[in-house]
Ligand binder design. Sequence first.
Ligand SMILES: Cc1ncc(COP(=O)(O)O)c(C=O)c1O
Length: 450
Amino acid sequence: MKANKLTRRKFITSTSATAAATMLSAPLFARSRAGVGSELALNGGKAVRTADWLSWPVWNQEAEAPMMSLLRSGNWYRGDGNKCRGFEHEYAELIGAKRVIATASGTTALITALHTLGVDAGDEVIVSPFTFIATYNVVFNQKALPVFADTDPETFTINPHKIEEKINERTTAILPVHICGLPADMNRILAIGEKHSLPVIEDACQAWLAEYDGKMCGTLGDLGCFSFQNSKHIPSGEGGAISGNNDALMDRCFAYHNCGRPHGSSMKGMGENPIRGSNKRMTEVQAGLLLSQMVRVRSDADRRLENALYLDSKLKEIPGIVPYKLSDGATRSAYHLYPFRYKKEHFDGLPRHKFLAALSAEGIPCGEGYGQQYFDGLIEEAISSRGYTRLYTKERLNRYREELHNLPDNDQLTLEAVWFFQNMLLAERKDMDDIINAVQKIYENRGKLL
Ligand SMILES: Cc1ncc(COP(=O)(O)O)c(C=O)c1O
């Protein structure tokens, strides 16, 4: 494994004498073009920023010849080419996993992992509630129940202290999510998994090159799952991968994702179709795109880290802005999103949606994070279905409904979260100043928005 050496800690120590010290001693308004005192853009004033941000994804011109040759060859199916295999090899090396299987998407990677680790109809899987909806959906896809353990609002990830109380005789797996690229508290989660003999599947769909304890996210649990959908750091329109170190388990994952055909030495002599399967294969075209994107992954990750640490140092100085915290043992976030909590009480009660509108008007794209998705209807639709009412007792389903009302920290986070997007972190230091200046400008003018 070629380890990426620029961890958060190393960045801080290696640069603290110079850059970090400069950062902290520099005035908050590094370039106060449209700073304190000037009219908010939302109220007709000049925006802090009018320049565009980097458009994503970024096409690599050098990939044109190999992509054209792939298209002309007609070898678009993985059985006829070597792109999927090549990508699996490169990605395994990048993240330090023994093996990687390319899949059609992150969702299909998760479904394959859950199925292979034995998550079955009537089971329960412990999940983080603060996540993209796919993490819930894949559990329902197995006809199992996603049981939410509350979120640690400081780290945005699952609170490991809330997991054990959710374990019962039907629990079959723990599915932590490295949301925004922030590693979940894996030491504690793995210890709980071991104590209760539960496999741990990492949803690393937003966490390429994130590190925990010096190891890459996706290589710590029994299986890791990644997404390469178009917004992701290694984009191919759609795409995904499963990582793992256990050959027998990975052989079974491969077989499942390839219509149940036996795969590898651990399945030798098992006959034509010894296990159930599905088609969750990646195409050669997806893998060709991914290979073309691999050239920039490490340098992009370092750039995002540097800019994120700069934002940390400045944003935390603004009252009411609380940047994410890394969980115990986490050494590096991937910064798919740069999240912080907006405490409106420090902005004289200015509602979050107005803060977001003001930021956007200043030329700073931003989002409000995940909402209380468990009340959106999807869960009720699933658990009131014929299948679920056969698989679970009425008492269990009613208790499950009640438990959705007992996620106080997640509920609070859904009201306070704000995030910036990964492409913004690929800009220059001066562009980070635009972000900081815009937030500070809104803070200084908060009374004018009420
Ligand atoms: C946390 C998380 N899990 C799962 C997925 C599903 O990945 P895909 O969209 O590739 O199916 C995503 C995609 O955004 C994600 O962010």
